[in-house]
Design a protein around this ligand. Structure first.
Ligand code: ADP
Length: 512
């Protein structure tokens, strides 16, 4: 039951991811540019193909009709009336070598009728069929007009050329030598014309899709190469953060809109960097300026504490001293924050032995641990497969790593229950070093576990119980981050907390 619903969920997620990918593809500029280009090109090609076909048909019909007319005039000239009034004509007549007709005469139909449409003479292949003429046409013919018409060959006698779909017919008024008017019909198959227009249609059906296909590929390729610099700019912009604000975006050498955009963004980055640097410098300067007077004040309070026998005054001085100590810690943290914010360039990268840093911090923290009744234990897990001299060595800023370790250990002592152990564990792995600081204490509510890394964030329930600024864990996360590492927290309320920091052995020297 459970695995079934999980499978359904997986399928749904896969479908959602696929449709998401499809939507992203369809809304990409590359796809849209190519699609618009192909649609416009296809519409233009189809329009011009139709136009070409129209012009071709009209011209060919005109030529065809002109040839048919000339031929009909020749035939009409051959019509003779004999002594008995019988009519004769030579349909396949004036066969002139120089005249090539766009139609075959083998299966042509001929017919001469009187002005009522009653046949007088006709070609034998017509059989009993009659090519009809209506009143309107007769009226037109009497006005000396020539009538052209296309007749489906299926309506003609079976002797018609079945290869042709249509016959072109001409109706022509002929005045006989005896003065009577007759109508001459000539109908010829349009085989050649139809073949040519079929050839043109076939050519267009092949040529237009090939052109559209080629244009799609070309458009896709050109849109891709035109957008490539944007992809590069996007990838570099993604890598820029407050840590490496001095990085600039690549500027293509093309001097086009994209290179202008890149230049503008670089100028913007420059302005942001300057604003950032001046803010960091301001924090660093103020903190630095505050450090000395605070140290002097602490010394003076110490002096008063030692000399005075007045209990009330001693109590007052002790409380003021605690406040100053808190303020000094805050100033110290602000100075570190300013350094971390300044990015990799403000660090002092070197090979650092993290086991030594841990031991130093533990020794220093021992005093506080004793005072609060916690027990500190250290466990170094060596990596048997790596060189002993390289155990626990990583590229880093020793000062910052000290702050990282100190903050984690001090927090563990601060929030652990009296008498409970605080375990510090360092593990050397091939490529990274893992630091774990475990305590058995208050724990952190689940909903606040990600917020504790924010600047000045302190857990609501312990705000009034302990002193602190809420900067410690933020610094730990930032220091881990600047070293290419990460931090994880695993905590249970009233059971304890485990912080795990993973730091790559080689990172800082390469990115500095
Ligand atoms: P603070 O100066 O208050 O210690 P931090 O940034 O170091 O600031 O810690 C933020 C908050 O996270 C603390 O106020 C505390 O509530 C909680 N926290 C940090 N470490 C622990 C821990 N080991 N056990 C329980 N709570 C902790």
């Amino acid at each position: 039951m459970f695995s079934e619903s999980r499978e359904r969920f997986r399928q749904q997620r896969r479908r959602w991811q696929q449709s998401n990918r499809l939507i992203r593809f369809l809304s990409s500029i590359r796809f849209r540019l190519t699609a618009i280009f192909v649609i416009i090109l296809s519409a233009t090609l189809v329009f011009f193909s139709l136009l070409l076909y129209q012009v071709f048909t009209r011209n060919h019909i005109r030529e065809f009709d002109a040839a048919l007319y000339n031929y009909t005039v020749d035939v009409s000239n051959s019509i003779q009336v004999n002594f008995f009034g019988d009519l004769r004509f030579r349909p396949y007549v004036p066969f002139d070598e120089k005249k090539a007709f766009p139609f075959g005469l083998g299966q042509a139909f001929f017919q001469v009728t009187d002005m009522n449409g009653v046949p007088i003479a006709r070609s034998g292949n017509l059989g009993m069929a009659i090519l009809s003429v209506n009143r309107e046409e007769i009226a037109k013919l009497l006005r000396d007009e020539v009538i052209f018409d296309s007749i489906p060959s299926a309506t003609l006698p079976p002797t018609a050329d079945r290869e042709a779909k249509y016959y072109r017919a001409i109706k022509f008024l002929v005045k006989l030598s005896n003065g009577t008017n007759t109508i001459l019909f000539v109908a010829v198959p349009m085989t050649l014309f139809e073949k040519e227009s079929k050839g043109l249609i076939g050519f267009l059906w092949i040529f237009v899709p090939i052109l559209i296909f080629g244009a799609t590929l070309g458009g896709w390729f050109f849109a891709g190469s035109a957008l490539k610099p944007i992809k590069l700019i996007n990838a570099s912009a993604r890598r820029i953060s407050a840590m490496n604000l001095s990085t600039r975006l690549p500027v293509p050498e093309t001097d086009d809109e994209i290179s202008h955009l890149s230049q503008t963004l670089n100028e913007l980055l420059g302005r942001i960097e300057r604003a950032f640097t001046s803010q960091e410098r301001f924090i660093a300067d103020v903190s630095h300026e505050m450090k000395t007077p605070l140290a002097i004040m602490r010394g003076e309070f110490d002096f008063v504490k030692k000399r005075t026998h007045d209990e009330e005054l001693r109590h007052f001085v002790e409380s003021a001293d605690q406040e100053i100590a808190h303020l000094s810690q805050l100033v110290e943290n602000l100075l570190v924050l300013a350094r971390v914010d300044a990015g990799v360039s403000a660090l002092n990268p070197a090979k650092v032995r993290l086991d030594e840093v841990i031991l130093e911090s533990v020794v220093r923290a021992e005093v506080v641990a004793k005072r609060s009744g916690s027990r500190l234990s250290v466990n170094m897990k060596e990596n048997t497969s790596s060189d002993a001299s390289q155990q626990f060595v990583l590229e880093g800023d020793a000062g910052l790593l000290q702050v990282l370790v100190k903050n984690l250990i001090e927090n563990a002592i601060k929030f652990s229950n009296a008498g409970e152990p605080v375990e510090v564990e360092l593990e050397d792995r091939d490529e990274e070093i893992v630091l774990r600081v475990r305590d058995r204490g208050k724990g952190i509510p689940e909903e606040e576990q990600q917020k504790i890394f924010e600047r000045f964030y302190r857990v609501e329930s312990v705000k009034n119980e302990t002193r602190g600024s809420g900067l410690g864990l933020h610094l730990v996360e930032r220091i881990a981050d600047i070293h290419g590492g990460s931090i994880m927290v695993d905590s249970q309320l009233n059971v304890g907390t485990n912080f795990e920091v993973t730091l790559p052995k080689t990172y800082l020297l390469a990115s500095a």
